[in-house]
Design a protein around this ligand. Structure first.
Ligand SMILES: *Cc1c(COP(=O)(O)O)cnc(C)c1O
Length: 360
């Protein structure tokens, strides 16, 4: 028996080399004020009605699909439900990208899972940084489309908070027609519903839209996301999805969240969070160590500090957990702050203001 054998040598090379997604939960912290994962700060109430747990669930629970279709303004054939939008990011790679042959494009600074999913499956990543206003570099993209099967665009973008000009998305859709899927991640679209391009599905067979219940619907712990696309794309994704991607309790609660009442409550949350966001932005702009508060259409703001590491560390030690974005492309000096309750926003402002006072 050789107990010295290194089992990791059996793993695929790209998996040995993979750095897993540094999710907010993995990063830890000992917080009382959690503002690092763009969650809603208060737990919604739900009752659990479905009791027949002896049976396997439906793959695509009908109530969830039809209610989401109504909410999104599409037909049920245009909707796929999955274990969060994260699973959908991966399903697209599994359905469309051949390892060693095809490539994906994404445009940093942006959401980290596009890269992690591509890496997990050994798919080439063509990284095309955004321009200085965080809009996609269409020219650079056009020159690097060979073998590209999938382009991820995030609008509004995480972590910068900006919406991508829809006419730029249209350009990407047109230059990739018949060649690549353009996946527009609308995880935060409830905070700026007018920016959705869901109505374009009828014109662009290569358009895919990603949605989630994790943000405005306050259900990050439920793990429930949606893909909106034309039926041929949905059918391909149904070939590669797990047979039972949602457990019965998840489907039950998702269906409740998507009733008319559930959507009304969601809209109230969005209004409240948007008010808190604007107040927090205004207050931060008055602090001397704040260089810039970027305009946001979401439930978080990106803030550039003169002393970001110190702000991050000082608040961390006080149990206020923010998200450090300094290692993201072009985001030196930047922290991302999720919008919490009014009290939580106040505690952020006070804690940052106190750093100043100590300075003097
Ligand atoms: C949070 C987030 C997701 C993941 O959503 P889940 O449904 O929780 O998996 C996807 N994309 C972006 C841009 C996000 O911020």
């Amino acid at each position: 028996m050789n107990n010295q054998f290194d089992i990791t040598l059996l793993a695929r090379k790209n998996v040995r080399e993979l750095t897993p997604y540094q999710s907010a939960r993995r990063l830890g912290g000992n917080g009382t004020v959690w503002l690092n994962a763009n969650e809603y700060p208060i737990a919604p109430e739900f009752s659990f009605n479905a009791k027949n747990l002896n049976r396997y669930p439906e793959c695509q629970p009908v109530d969830v699909i039809t209610r989401y279709a109504t909410y999104a303004g599409v037909k049920p054939e245009h909707v796929l439900v999955s274990r969060g939008a994260d699973e959908a990011i991966e399903l697209l790679i599994r359905a469309f990208c051949e390892p060693g042959k095809d490539a994906v494009i994404y445009c940093p600074p942006t959401y980290g899972m596009y890269s992690v999913s591509a890496e997990t499956f050994g798919i080439e990543q063509r990284v095309i940084p955004t321009l200085s206003d965080w809009s996609p570099d269409i020219k650079a993209m056009a020159s690097q489309l060979d073998n590209v099967k999938l382009i991820y665009l995030c609008s509004p973008n995480n972590p910068t908070g900006n919406i991508i000009n829809p006419e730029l998305i249209r350009k990407v859709l047109e230059m990739t027609a018949g060649k690549a899927i353009v996946a527009v991640d609308e995880a935060y679209i409830e905070f700026c519903p007018q920016a959705s391009i869901v109505s374009w599905l009828k014109n662009y067979p290569n358009l895919v839209i990603l949605r989630t219940l994790s943000k405005a619907f306050a259900l990050a712990g439920l793990r429930c996301g949606f893909t909106l696309a034309n039926p041929p794309v949905i059918e391909l994704l149904l070939k590669v999805i797990a047979p039972y991607p949602l457990s019965t309790p998840v489907a039950d609660i998702a269906a409740q969240a998507l009733t008319e009442k559930g959507i009304e409550v969601m809209n109230q949350r969005v209004a409240e969070i948007s008010r808190n966001r604007n107040a927090l932005s205004d207050a931060l702009k008055k602090l001397p160590n704040v260089e810039q508060v970027y305009r946001s259409e979401t439930n978080y703001i990106l803030v550039k500090f003169t002393d970001a590491s110190r702000v991050f560390r000082t608040l961390w030690e006080q149990g206020i957990i923010l998200r450090d974005q300094q290692r993201q492309y072009g985001l030196n000096g930047c922290l991302r702050i999720s919008i919490g309750t009014t009290e939580e926003c106040d505690s952020v402002i006070n804690a940052i203001r106190n750093i100043q006072t100590v300075n003097i």
